[in-house]
Write a protein that binds this ligand. Structure first.
Ligand code: BDP
Length: 706
């Protein structure tokens, strides 16, 4: 009997050791798994034997570097390094070198050299302590990516200065468009309770180079600017500072009225100007490195300068003047549209902002969403990129998957970010070039965070990859989506080739699959009203025309699509003529944007030879097949992944497949009422009729509350 037991335990042990260890996801990509390459392990052990750090025992950033090196060494290569006070005795040397011409202020250089006695020495130099911190994480990443320490030569400087997360978090901890629990920022227990999570959040951000965070919703609450709340913000700022992260707040334009007791918030009124100046002084007294304000004004009902017949420039400059003496900045959002204007919503930001190019103060950046509507599965790049050459502009991506299946669907956003960044705004420049803004110190990218207090931070275990990819790209716009996926997988899941390749494959196909089962061929904004989950192309009940799906797809018996060509809204004219040429003719337009720019007949001939209706059916079905494949690929990893990690994703992928079929069937049954054409031969038959899909209702869908 005992023998059997021992045998059983031995088999169980063997079985468990074949799986990666279970993780609840809290450690993100920083779990630092043991290295499984004995040769490299020995090499790294010798490098991590004696480490020299700049001698300033009180500096918090240097002590973070030290803690990180200890942890990585212990977990990855199983040794504990000595920290020595003479660089001559060290094999790993961190040093500040302000004269290093190869790097910028936040950059670092890692150089490996072989010294007498065949000793491998690694020198990591930076101009600032934050450069050392970023370099430290890069070195640890190199270990996990199994790079040979004797061949390391990495020179790296971030391409953008402001690499920012935007939290749409409210004072009551609800998160607008958040799908991973409630806000991590607990305003009730701040400033005194310093949750460990704040430190872990800062550490994760630093590991990917994020250096700025806006902790409050763009639909702003003026209470955050009261002294009581500023003390809470100060407490967070102190935690984030050693990690190189500056804190920003959203500014409610009407705050002078709401909390200042003034009768107006008119940006040209002296009392108002003075109120903002005093508020800025108060903030900087508490938080000397406060980053500045992010402002959503005159958009979706938010107050702004236009309430007083003033311009965006008047509003932005007034606040910019208040923070300028403290080196603060104002980030003014270009996401504006108003129902009163009968014109195409896609055109409004461009029309409102281009007249003010060159009229903003020097410390103002205009933040532009990636596309002209609103974080749709696929949009062409926003026409404002390149259209305001005298104004520093910033990219706004949405990491949280408001329109992308939320935290239920596995969608890796790397390819989407890259598609936009690499888009050409004219014959010679890309969106990336515009962002990089070499002539000006102000450049940046912001990502609407997908972070909440779920144990694994992001809801879907794969949504962490979107936070990771966003940060890595904000640092280096040239990284490829597949390389970033590869890094993330190796740090999060496994280093075993079959696992890495399969997961990478799933991730890399996921974006295109999602576009196909939701909004193929340039369709957009046809998701459920309000909560934006699931299909509702028939939606037509909201008070504003441009909140309703029918506004966007414009299906009728003649065809489908929004005519934004010269014969329609002519939104295409907002692009450079070089770009216009590619999109303005429905016969030559890139088909991924066809229905974005054109209303075409159901019989329109596509490049494949199909008519549009059949092509639409084909695309939707391809999206479904893609998700079927993702399911199969994941199931193929069952023996390699710990059941506790395997099963949740298995279940989520099953929901994703169900939803992809739902999207396909609901949309096509609805569009068929206009096309009046049969489904192609052998096409899968919908399980339910259109009425059924139209009856579905989701009053408690997440992320929609205030
Ligand atoms: C939309 C969201 C809304 C945000 C708005 C914004 O649905 O909740 O407030 O964007 O960016 O995507 O201001």
């Amino acid at each position: 009997m005992i023998k059997f037991r021992i045998l059983f335990i031995a088999i169980l042990f063997q079985f468990l050791s074949q799986h990666c260890e279970a993780s609840n996801g809290y450690e993100l990509w920083l779990g630092y798994e043991k290295m499984n390459n004995p040769v490299l392990q020995v090499k790294y052990q010798s490098v991590f034997k004696n480490i020299y750090l700049p001698q300033n025992s009180n500096d918090k950033t240097i002590s973070i570097v030290q803690t990180e090196l200890k942890l990585a060494s212990k977990r990855i290569i199983g040794t504990t390094p000595q920290f020595v006070d003479n660089e001559k005795n060290a094999q790993l040397i961190f040093k500040i070198d302000t004269a290093n011409k190869n790097i910028g202020q936040e950059g670092f250089e890692i150089i490996s050299s072989v010294h007498a006695g065949q000793k491998n020495i690694i020198t990591l130099s930076a101009k600032s302590k934050f450069g050392l911190l970023y370099g430290c994480f890069e070195l640890i990443r190199a270990m996990q990516m199994q790079k040979d320490p004797s061949a390391l030569h990495i020179t790296s400087t971030p391409m953008l200065n402001i690499r920012m997360l935007n939290h749409w978090d409210n004072i009551n901890r609800s998160v607008e468009r958040g799908y991973a629990g409630i806000s991590i920022f607990n305003w009730h227990t701040l400033p005194d309770y310093k949750d460990k999570r704040y430190y872990d959040y800062a550490r994760a951000n630093a590991s990917i180079g994020i250096n700025a965070t806006v902790v409050t919703n763009v639909n702003a609450n003026a209470l955050f600017l009261t002294h009581e709340y500023l003390l809470k913000v100060k407490s967070l700022a102190e935690i984030f500072r050693p990690y190189g992260i500056k804190i920003y707040l959203t500014a409610r334009f009407s705050a002078p009225i709401e909390i200042g007791g003034l009768k107006t918030a008119d940006p040209l009124n002296d009392q108002v100007k003075n109120w903002w100046k005093e508020k800025a002084n108060e903030i900087y007294d508490l938080i000397p490195d406060f980053g500045g304000f992010l402002v959503k004004a005159n958009s979706e009902g938010q107050p702004g300068p236009q309430n007083y017949n003033r311009s965006h420039a008047d509003g932005a400059n007034m606040i910019a003047e208040a923070v300028a003496p403290h080196n603060g900045i104002v980030i003014w959002r270009a996401f504006v549209y108003s129902n009163e204007q009968p014109d195409d919503r896609a055109k409004q930001a461009y029309s409102e902002f281009t007249p003010y190019d060159g009229k903003f103060n020097k410390n103002v950046l205009v933040q532009i969403k990636n596309g002209p509507i609103d974080f749709q599965p696929r949009e062409p790049f926003h026409p404002l990129f390149g259209a305001m050459p005298k104004t520093p502009v910033m990219m706004e991506f949405q990491i949280t998957q408001e329109y992308l299946g939320q935290a239920t669907h596995l969608v890796y956003e790397g390819p989407m970010f890259k598609e936009i960044l690499e888009s050409k705004i004219n014959a010679s420049k890309t969106v990336m070039d515009v962002l990089e803004n070499k002539e000006n110190a102000l450049s940046g990218m912001s990502g609407v965070a997908n972070i909440g207090n779920d144990v694994n931070w992001c809801g879907h275990p794969f949504a962490q990859a979107n936070w990771y990819a966003y940060g890595r790209l904000a640092w280096n716009l040239h990284l490829s989506a597949s390389d970033i996926a590869n890094e993330w997988i190796q740090q999060t899941w496994s280093q075993e080739k079959q696992v890495v390749d399969t997961i990478q494959n799933i991730m890399m196909s996921s974006y295109e699959n999602m576009v196909k089962y939701m909004t193929p061929l340039g369709l957009h904004h046809i998701m459920g009203n309000g909560h934006h989950y699931g299909p509702m192309p028939w939606g037509n009940t909201l008070s504003r025309a441009d909140w309703n799906p029918v506004y966007y797809h414009r299906s009728d018996t003649l065809g489908i699509g929004f005519n934004r060509s010269a014969s329609g809204s002519n939104a295409v004219a907002q692009y450079d003529p070089w770009v216009q040429k590619q999109w303005s003719d429905s016969n030559s337009c890139d088909e991924k944007y066809l229905l974005w720019f054109h209303h075409v007949s159901w019989n329109h001939k596509m490049k494949s030879g199909n008519n549009l209706w059949n092509e639409l059916c084909y695309e939707y079905n391809q999206g479904v097949s893609g998700v079927e494949k993702m399911n199969q690929q994941w199931k193929g990893l069952q023996s390699k992944i710990n059941p506790d990690d395997f099963e949740p994703i298995n279940q989520l992928l099953a929901i994703q497949l169900h939803d992809a079929i739902w999207w396909r069937d609901a949309c096509l049954l609805y569009f068929q009422t206009f096309s009046k054409q049969p489904f192609p031969n052998n096409y899968p038959k919908a399980k339910y009729n259109l009425k059924y899909y139209q009856s579905l209702n989701f009053p408690f869908a997440p992320g929609n509350g205030k």
